[in-house]
Ligand binder design. Structure first.
Ligand SMILES: Nc1nc2c(ncn2[C@@H]2O[C@H](COP(=O)(O)OP(=O)(O)OP(=O)(O)O)[C@@H](O)[C@H]2O)c(=O)[nH]1
Ligand SMILES: [Mg+2]
Length: 556
């Protein structure tokens, strides 16, 4: 196969939503229907039951929530899928947002009883900004759900996106029996299986097929027919271009835990989802891909390397969007997750590493399936691969055979939670330090160092407090280091200008309770107890502009 055929085969997508809508359950069922697992696991697995493939972390199983995104690569129906399950909780949204830089489309899961929840709305906005097409799965139709027409209305009015129902629920709650496929005009009526471990038996037939019709009571049938007629008159038409331009979202109804509508989602999604797309070359200060910037800089500024890198571009390029250590207790190593953007990846190839500006040989490359891995010899645009054994790799780094290409895709977040982390057991100092450093490299948390302080206790900064719990759990579980949290009195951090000298820092007029500190890149920050005091600082130090994120400099 040539590069174009390889690219056309790939579908790289994330499952996103507010917590608990059923992303991990749906992911597991896509694996079941995609033939990647024979028996579906459950997020609520008890002893002797199989857990889901994507919630493989100890803490995820314990809590029944997703904490870290997971990559699952598998083949189905002539496609190579790179599926990424993401955590919904806002404290982990940094991880989820990074994943959104690595995918070409998303499946947005909605709990049909709840409609559009706040975190879904935020993630939707990010997809919009990045130009990522959105497919919608209305989940949990087996529970008393909102009126399906009202759900479509919410998509249009709350999110401002046109909704095209690809299929339609038949019955609701306990009476939910299946879906009507508006493309083929066929009803798919399912049977529930215990625990939803296996594919649900399905009976398929037209509205006038007596065998299928006979399974529905008159009221459900009448209502379904009436709603379908309304859709025909009022709804949008299917329009691939509108989906790709994020003007319309195709909507599928179903129940992930019961396996209703999963096959139709998988097949419908694959038929219409876009393949790998190109990315802006950030080397010349061009903003990240997506939105209006996407593809607008197609001409090389000074000959040679173009500003927009298409997947067919001959040079191999990719960027690291995630790092995770200790995925496999047998190996105890760290994996850098790379999204291949252009060209062909070959194991043992030598590439340019943007951060160190050095040449590195990529000899340990893997395809990933949850916490399982397998050596991979080649990969193509759209693929996510795991690279092992490069301590110098960091999130956001570009790997390329053409040093003229650098991607700047990874968003940064301003921490809002601060806490000291004590090591009560001095004998475990080494493990504590080593574990903390690793977790910082993964981007789970950041460390700050107070200016003029003799205290050696690390001050941690995170987007949300659940990240501290993850740090504590993983330090103990993976490094054998017990730790103790102590809350710190700040809630706001702002970066100072990069050119500030020590004398300038001394001259600052700091509001009560504020402190100057440094981030790992030695950039100076101010910690404030609240927004009010940050505003006060701005008024009293007019010549010192603050920034919510570090300004990228050579010091980083
Ligand atoms: N009734 C019903 N429950 C479901 C369905 N799908 C998922 N659930 C349940 O909803 C709960 C949350 O499911 P998860 O798959 O963990 O949700 P998630 O979106 O991955 O959650 P986070 O990753 O923590 O954001 C679990 O108890 C599931 O069993 C469904 O179709 N019907
Ligand atoms: Mg989950």
């Amino acid at each position: 196969m040539n590069i174009t055929e390889e690219i056309q085969k790939r579908r790289t997508f994330a499952i996103i939503s507010h917590p608990d809508a059923g992303k991990t359950t749906l992911t597991e069922k896509l694996l079941l229907y995609g033939g990647a697992v024979q028996l579906a696991g459950s997020v609520t697995a008890r002893k002797n039951q199989r857990a889901t493939t994507s919630d493989w972390m100890e803490l995820e199983k314990k809590r029944g929530i997703s904490i870290s995104s997971t990559v699952l690569q598998f083949d189905y129906n002539g496609y190579r899928l790179n599926l990424l399950d993401t955590p919904g909780h806002k404290d982990f949204s940094e991880d989820t947002y990074r994943v959104l830089t690595a995918v070409d489309s998303v499946v947005m899961v909605i709990d049909s009883a709840k409609g559009i929840e706040p975190q879904t709305r935020k993630l939707f906005e990010v997809c919009r900004q990045r130009g990522v097409p959105i497919f919608t799965f209305m989940n949990k139709c087996d529970r008393p759900m909102k009126d399906p027409l009202a759900l479509l209305d919410e998509l249009e009015h709350v999110l401002g996106i046109g909704a095209f129902p690809v299929n339609w629920p038949i019955g609701n709650g306990f009476e939910f029996q299946g879906v009507y496929d508006r493309q083929t005009k066929l009803m798919h009526l399912f049977e529930r299986t215990t625990g939803g471990q296996f594919r649900a038996p399905v009976q398929v037939g037209g509205l006038d097929d007596p065998a299928v019709r006979g399974r529905l009571d008159d009221e459900t049938f009448r209502r379904t027919v009436e709603e379908l007629e309304m859709l025909e008159h009022a709804g949008h038409d299917w329009d691939d271009a509108a989906v790709l331009a994020e003007k319309t979202t195709p909507v599928f109804f179903g129940s992930a835990s019961n396996n209703f509508g999963v096959q139709l989602l998988l097949d419908g999604f694959l038929k219409h989802a876009p393949g790998p797309k190109g990315r802006n070359n950030g080397r010349f200060g061009i903003p990240p891909s997506g939105g209006s910037a996407n593809g607008k800089h197609a001409n090389p500024p000074e000959g040679g390397t173009p500003n927009f890198i298409t997947p067919e571009h001959p040079a191999f390029t990719g960027f690291i969007f995630k790092i995770q250590a200790n995925m496999d207790p047998k190996h105890r190593d760290r994996i850098a997750f790379v999204r291949v953007c252009s060209g062909k990846f070959e194991r043992d190839m030598t590439v340019h590493h943007s951060r160190s500006a050095k040449k590195v040989r990529l000899s340990s490359s893997h395809k990933l399936f949850g916490n399982e891995r397998e050596t991979v010899d080649e990969a193509w645009p759209g693929d996510v691969i795991g690279l092992v054994g490069h301590d110098s790799f960091g999130i956001g780094d570009t790997l390329t055979t053409d040093p003229g290409i650098t991607y700047k895709e990874i968003p940064r977040f301003t921490p809002e939670a601060f806490s000291y982390l004590h090591n009560p057991n001095t004998a475990k100092f080494k493990q504590f330090r080593q574990g903390l450093e690793q977790l910082m490299q993964e981007g789970v948390i950041q460390a700050l160092y107070l200016r003029h302080s003799s205290v050696k206790t690390p001050l941690l900064a995170a987007v949300g407090p659940l990240q501290f719990e993850v740090v504590q759990f993983r330090l103990e579980n993976e490094y054998g280091a017990v730790s103790r949290l102590e809350s710190a009195p700040w809630t706001v951090v702002r970066w100072l200008p990069v050119d500030m000298k020590e004398d300038d820092l001394d001259a600052l007029s700091l509001p009560t309770g504020s402190r100057v500190a440094y981030d790992v890149g030695k950039n100076a920050v101010v910690l404030f107890p609240n927004e009010w005091s940050a505003d006060y600082f701005t008024k009293t130090n007019e010549r010192v502009p603050l920034s919510a994120l570090p300004v990228q400099t050579a010091r980083e």
